[in-house]
Design a protein around this ligand. Structure first.
Ligand code: FAD
Ligand code: SF4
Ligand code: SF4
Length: 420
């Protein structure tokens, strides 16, 4: 039955992406009691949606599974999924936090056997795959989900169908009495690890998203290339499922543009270089062209850039894409740009265009007393002690930097406990 028991903690971490997970395990492993609050049904954040990490090109399970194991065996961490912070009051060492917990309708008995999904016919958009396909309304968020537990979508609650799911479950794991709950807990410090959302490409008028069928975004490309994605990892055109032999990447799609995001999103040059390798690996004769303003391979990534740029089937052209149209007969994408080094006007045609859209900070909600910059990133403010931002909630950044940041945030949170 419902009524989640949540005890007071030392540190509240809001957001269960790589930054929040790392903060939680680092703090818990030195004895702090951590409450980790994640709004989605599983942990891992945006990293879980990636096909591979640059620069080693290993799958996201590499970094995430080790953290999931550490969480599993650490009794100091209370992990609340489908949950959000409603309000925080008090100050360093003594915060009172109100948390809203949404019902999953599935309890800890779930073995992820999948029998409930077999009898469920209603389909809902698959949010994990950015709505590019559908899933049954009794679902596992994704194959690597932690916790590895199904969810019953609210869409079928109260229907005959959910009764079939209940009958199919041999483990007494479906609990239709679960209700939305609100709990109040006390903590000494708060870490905001709410990460980022992709910029809405439909707002960029000239780049064809939503108008040309074969214009996608970089986050969609990660899902297309992933074995757990909507095409089981085949990179094909949305319009006709055709294999892609020519792909164009348009960098700074919205970023470094006063009309959209005035800042550099930091990771999208490396993400496009990485995605060009996805295409080349899958189709050995495919060609990729990257239109860029500058290539920013921040961190120790110069070697990766040099290696990818050295592939004779990958061209990098310094020039911003100005216009995108669809050829109505072939559904090819026709891109106009200017090569800023030669001054030549370029008209290029491709099977698919990938927009390197940037990162928008995701707000924690709950009227949290932190300072934000003009774009909504959490700022380190020496006048505020006890609440700390980490990872992409603080600035656009990659995984390695987020992990380092998280270790620092765990230390700061512990210092708040000492000052208690
Ligand atoms: C196309 C693309 C490819 C990339 N590829 C790579 C790569 O190969 N290698 C690399 O190093 N980096 C890569 N990155 C960057 C990487 O995704 C980020 O570094 C990483 O996601 C940062 O993790 P985070 O935990 O700070 O944020 P997130 O991953 O966004 O996690 C934040 C978490 O907080 C949760 N949350 C948000 N709001 C709330 C709330 N109000 N309450 C509770 N929970 C909340 C979210 O659901 C999420 O689980 C890529 C980025 C892009 C755009
Ligand atoms: S809820 Fe029951 S039927 Fe569904 S996956 Fe879990 S254990 Fe299996
Ligand atoms: S990382 Fe590259 S593509 Fe992304 S905003 Fe910065 S310069 Fe543009």
């Amino acid at each position: 039955m419902a009524d989640t028991k949540v005890s007071d903690g030392d540190v509240l971490v809001i957001g269960g992406g790589i930054s929040g997970l790392t903060t939680a395990v680092e703090a818990a492993e030195v004895g702090c009691r951590v409450i980790l609050v994640e709004k989605e049904p599983s942990l891992g954040g945006r990293v879980a949606r990636n096909n591979k990490y640059y620069t080693k090109l290993c799958p996201p399970s590499c970094g995430l599974e080790i953290n999931f194991k550490r969480i599993k065996k650490n009794p100091n961490i209370q992990c609340l999924t489908l949950s959000e912070v409603e309000a925080i009051s008090g100050g360093e060492g003594n915060y009172e936090v109100t948390i809203r917990i949404n019902p999953r309708y599935v309890n800890e008995n779930c073995t992820a056997c999948g029998k409930c999904a077999e009898v469920c016919v209603t389909e809902i958009p698959n949010e994990f795959n950015l709505g590019m396909d559908k899933i049954r309304a009794a679902y596992l968020p994704h194959p690597m989900a932690f916790p590895m537990r199904y969810v019953i979508a609210p869409e079928i609650i109260g229907t005959e169908e959910v009764k079939k799911c209940l009958d199919a479950c041999k483990y007494n794991a479906i609990d239709l009495d679960m209700k939305q709950e609100t709990v109040k807990v006390k903590v000494g410090a708060v870490v905001v690890a709410t990460g980022w959302n992709p910029y809405d490409a439909a707002k960029i008028d000239n780049l064809g998203f939503g108008k040309c069928r074969n214009v996608i975004t970089n986050v969609m490309m990660e899902r297309l290339a992933s074995p757990s994605g909507p095409t089981k990892g085949r990179i094909v055109r949305p319009s006709d499922g055709k294999e892609v032999k020519t792909v164009i990447f348009a960098q700074c799609a919205g970023s470094r543009d006063e009309n959209h995001l005035a800042y550099c999103s930091g990771v999208c040059c490396l993400a496009s270089l990485k995605q060009a390798t996805y295409v080349r690996e899958q189709y050995p004769d495919a060609k990729a062209t990257i239109f860029y303003i500058d290539v920013r391979a921040l961190g120790n990534y110069e070697d990766f850039y040099t290696k990818v740029a050295g592939d004779e089937n990958i061209s990098l052209i310094k020039g911003k894409v100005a216009r995108v149209e669809e050829d109505p007969t072939t559904a090819d994408v026709v891109v106009e740009a200017e090569d800023t080094l030669t001054g030549d006007k370029i008209k290029a045609r491709a099977d698919m265009l990938v927009l390197a859209t940037g990162m928008v900070p995701s707000a924690p909600g709950g009227n949290i007393a932190v300072t934000y910059d003009e774009f909504g990133f959490v700022v380190s403010d020496p006048s505020i002690r006890g609440i700390y931002g980490v990872g992409c909630a603080r600035r656009p950044t990659g995984v390695a930097q987020s992990v380092q940041d998280a270790t620092g945030a765990a230390l700061k949170a512990m210092q708040s406990m000492v000052r208690r």
